[in-house]
Design a protein around this ligand. Structure first.
Ligand SMILES: NC(=O)c1ccc[n+]([C@@H]2O[C@H](COP(=O)([O-])OP(=O)(O)OC[C@H]3O[C@@H](n4cnc5c(N)ncnc54)[C@H](OP(=O)(O)O)[C@@H]3O)[C@@H](O)[C@H]2O)c1
Length: 331
């Protein structure tokens, strides 16, 4: 039993699923060419779904959720990694189809890993996690579309969430005039501390689209919510503006017209973090290490133990988690 370790395991029951901390051994772990000693994981919207058996993300049980992990290689059959290497994993359906990071050990495929970015600790990498990585991909999509600070303000929706908070901090640090759309009246000071110069009340963007074009307001948008706020943001884009769409916290539906695309040359750029090729991941992580101030990351992050996962999973699905929750799998 010397290789025993703790894991948060979700099992199917008659009434749905139930999750609990269990003791596993390395023999319980799925196949893979790298065994990782996990230092930390994190909480993302998908983790909230997987921990509660929602969203059809998990296909087989028992299951270990946690779509992110950071830690140190224990053993490796891959020439790319050796014992002691610090590594990070996000995406690739880990924590969904495959066992994830809510455990002290994980056995994974080497091609899913990237080296821990220089300048970040494993905990800081998990404070970033999939949400922060996705925020950086959104910022890079705006840049690829020609958005720059001098082109005008950038709107971030779901601003107090994980993706939103990191996007606000990165964009503000890059010199953008950031407007933060939030439903949380109590968190305006938090968003301003991350660098938001304007707060937009969620209610302002929740009335369904009236006319296909509204006043030209945004050079770029990082949208984490979809639905009506996304439809309204599209109608409010400046000429040649870019919207990076990565989330559906409000709705997966988009009821809009093509008029912003035809008359203003607006671009809607889809963002996927799960299947992002490794070369792009390395670029995005290097940008995170360079462009996300660590003091802002500290303000965004909160620390939790494995036993807090069930409560946090409920909170994130109701939009109650602020910023990023780091899960210390060793406490
Ligand atoms: N495409 C990808 O690869 C990718 C990667 C990561 C995440 N995502 C998606 O991006 C979204 C955000 O992820 P996250 O980890 O940042 O989640 P999160 O921390 O829960 O943030 C979502 C935020 O959206 C806002 N919100 C919640 N319910 C809403 C509603 N009904 N209407 C309008 N706004 C609402 C809240 O912010 P305010 O209270 O400030 O308004 C909430 O904090 C999720 O849909 C997630 O699945 C996609």
């Amino acid at each position: 039993m010397s290789d025993a370790f703790r894991a948060f395991v979700v099992e199917k029951t008659e009434g749905g699923v139930t999750g609990a901390i269990k003791t596993l051994t390395e023999a319980d772990l799925p196949a893979g060419d790298v065994l990782v000693s996990v230092a930390a994981s994190s909480l993302n919207y998908k983790d909230g779904l997987a921990a509660q058996g929602l969203g059809n993300l998990v296909k087989t049980y028992p299951h270990v959720p946690g779509i992110d992990l950071a830690g140190t290689v224990i053993s490796s059959a891959s020439p790319d990694y050796k014992p002691g290497d610090a590594v990070v994993l996000t995406g690739w359906w880990v924590g969904e189809r495959y066992w994830g990071g809510y455990a002290q050990k994980a056995r994974v495929k080497s091609e899913w890993l990237v080296p821990l970015p220089k300048g970040l600790t494993p905990r800081q990498a998990m404070a970033v996690g999939t949400a922060g990585f996705t925020a950086m991909l959104c910022v890079m999509a705006l840049e690829d579309g020609g958005v720059a600070p001098e082109k005008g303000p950038v709107l971030v929706t779901g601003a107090t969430g994980g993706v939103g908070s990191v996007a606000v901090a990165i964009l503000a640090n890059l010199g953008y005039e950031v407007a933060a759309l939030t439903g949380k009246a109590s968190e305006h000071a938090y968003l301003e501390s991350l660098g938001a110069r304007r707060i937009v009340d969620r209610a302002e963007m929740s009335e369904p689209l009236g006319k296909p074009l509204e006043a030209e307001t945004w050079a770029g948008v990082v949208d984490t919510v979809g639905g009506v706020p996304l439809a309204r943001a599209l109608a409010q884009m400046k000429y040649n503006g870019v919207v990076a769409s990565c989330g559906l916290a409000a709705s997966a539906k988009l009821d809009t017209t093509v008029i912003p695309f035809l008359l203003r040359g607006v671009r809607l750029s889809g963002i996927d973090s799960v299947m992002k090729p490794k070369a792009d991941r390395l670029v995005a992580w290097a940008r995170i290490a360079k462009d996300l101030p660590l003091a802002k990351l500290e303000a965004i992050a909160t620390d939790h133990g494995l036993a807090e996962v069930p409560d946090l999973a409920k909170q994130i699905l109701t939009g109650k988690v602020r910023g990023r929750a780091v899960i210390d799998v060793n406490r």
